[in-house]
Design a protein around this ligand. Structure first.
Ligand code: ZN
Length: 244
């Protein structure tokens, strides 16, 4: 393994502070819980960032030192400064990986990258979700069985207004009957993007082994390849061979 993957975990971090039950479930925040299991991976270096931090914790310096950014947001997407969204967007095009979780489907950065509304149908009824692995050879599905179940979840159903994924790794089924494209891969510029829908804040979903496995796999999959910016210049070039 080469050098460590520098992972920044961004969380809105409002539910955990404002709601005692959610705060009890995630005492260090959802970003803290994700950081704890990723920190067990020797090839990963973890940094946390939150909405209320200076520049949302996503300064140019921090992003410059981020290989993969994880994003969790829900009730305050509109509070994320457009300048920060633009900065993240440019870093994705340069090659930074981006993993968008759960209600991050409606984050400014995800909608910008997708170019669609990213709207979906939802229901909060604590029902069962069965996550089907439909691309078992994909690196993000490494170590998983045919499917895994989340005992209590928020239902996210189709239609999910996203562009057709480059690769669809997971499809979820819910006890109430809906289905959802719950694990979607994209590439934008040089950057890899993975959307993963499980992770409602009132359930212990980020403590579940399979969910942790998916996020861990996704970080490794989304890490940048080398030579990020030399291919991006919009410049006039001389011919390589003489032209008549
Ligand atoms: Zn939710």
């Amino acid at each position: 393994m080469g050098k460590q993957i520098r992972v920044t975990i961004w969380n809105e971090y409002l539910h955990e502070v404002e709601d005692p039950a959610i705060g009890a479930l995630y005492p260090k925040g959802i970003h803290g819980a994700i950081g704890e299991f990723l920190a067990n991976e020797a090839d990963m270096l973890i940094r946390l960032a939150a909405l209320r931090d200076e520049e949302h914790g996503l300064t140019a310096d921090v992003l410059e030192q981020t290989d993969v950014l994880i994003w969790w947001g829900h009730i305050a997407h509109h509070e994320v400064e457009d300048a920060v969204v633009e900065r993240v967007y440019q870093r994705v095009l340069e090659g930074m990986g981006l993993i968008v979780l759960h209600s991050g489907h409606y984050a400014k950065i995800f909608r910008r990258l997708m170019g669609t509304t990213c709207s979906l149908r939802w229901r909060e009824a604590g029902e069962k979700e069965r996550v089907w692995v439909i691309e078992p050879g994909h690196p993000i599905a490494e170590g998983l069985d045919h499917y895994f179940e989340i005992p209590k979840t928020e239902m996210y159903g189709e239609r999910f207004d996203i562009p057709e994924p480059d690769t669809l790794v997971f499809v979820s089924w819910y006890a109430g009957g809906e289905v959802f494209r719950s694990g979607c891969c994209y590439q934008r510029g040089r950057g890899k993007i993975f959307y993963f829908s499980p992770g409602h804040e009132t359930y212990p979903i980020y403590y579940q082994q399979e969910v942790q496995q998916v996020i861990t796999n996704a970080v490794r999959w989304a890490r940048p390849t080398t030579g990020r910016s030399k291919h991006l210049a919009n410049v006039s070039v001389p011919p390589l061979e003489p032209l008549d």
